[in-house]
Design a protein around this ligand. Sequence first.
Ligand code: CAA
Length: 380
Amino acid sequence: MNTRFTEEQVMMRKMVRDFAHAEIAPNIESMESDGRFPEGIIQKMGELGLMGIPIPEKYGGSGMDFISYIIAIHEISKVSAALGVILSVHTSVGTNPIVDFGSEEQKQRYVPKLASGEYLGAFALTEPGSGSDAANLKTKAIDVGDHYILNGSKVFITNGAEADTFITFARTGNEKGSKGISAFIVEKNSPGLEIGKNEKKMGLRGSSTVQLNFDQCIVPKTQLLGIEGEGFKIAMSNLNVGRIGIAAQALGISEGALEQAVAYAKEREQFGKAIAHHQGVSFKLADMATAVEAAKQLTYHAASLMENGKHCVKEVSMAKLYAAKTATKTAVEAVQVHGGYGYTEDYPVERFFRDAKVTEIYEGTNEIQHMVIAKQILKD
Ligand code: CAA
């Protein structure tokens, strides 16, 4: 892959790797026990320009290419998948919708704060009754003159406990399905917005996941994002950006698990030699490495299409689907290589195993990615 990266991208990778090892790795244990990321980490990431990598400099971002952004998520996720998803959600679905669809005033008001890490962004689409069937959402926004009143609830909101802004989707029209849905920038202190408790999850323990309740929540008209009734398209096009980030996160988990498995297999001896020299283990490592390489190619291919402004819905879903499946499979195999030790918290593979699964679920389950890919190939 090296040859594919520019000198700047290689420098970026080194900077992120160093940061992940120096600043994130020492905090893993506390993130696992507290369920929260370390205080000050987002600020430090902001100072390094990591919270707005592909955001234009004009709006306070780093103005770098999309591949550099994917490199950052990939490298951070090798150390902490929790920080990987925080960065991905913040940038792709938390900030990018404002860059792509916001008015100049909204861009000036929110994007510099988000891109610098002063604000953390979140995305509120999923509801208790509408996950995969996102267009069936029920949260209602009623136009009452100079503001809207929102009522409804959202679930599984990544970054929700710390977020300053929520890109929120609600129904403004009476039409059913994807029509009549609008997007809003909702600030955390909006009257009538209640931020629920942090879910206790299987993995990604340093990343918050909350429920939101909108009870007569007042959202000024100026917070409508894009055109009224066009919200579903905003959600879908930004999820397309988000899904490459999740592919990169899954890739980081796979590569991290593979590295741990290789190191352990070289060191652990049984039957008079390192287990890496038993074919049962070495073939397993070969399969894992092959899948990781394929996931890498798909992810960076999709990222490069996006960077070049090409239509890439199919390629993004393929990357997300394959990288997510690879993350789960590689993490399971990495635990197997570690034997009994892999089942303890003393080795990182136990955490990779728990972190991997959700990549097959959020930002569109594997089954949804199949639907998206099938629709594209049948259309082509
Ligand atoms: N870009 C732009 N527009 C798009 C689009 C895209 N990628 N995909 C669809 N659209 C548009 C369509 O063109 C269509 O518009 P028209 O009616 O004008 O033609 C409209 O959106 C509706 O499209 P569909 O008919 O395809 O919609 P659907 O109801 O059949 O749903 C779906 C399609 C793919 C199943 C979609 O609902 C989906 O992706 N579901 C999964 C939801 C999801 O990923 N949720 C993740 C939650 S966020 C999260 O997990 C973040 C986190 O916190 C980690």
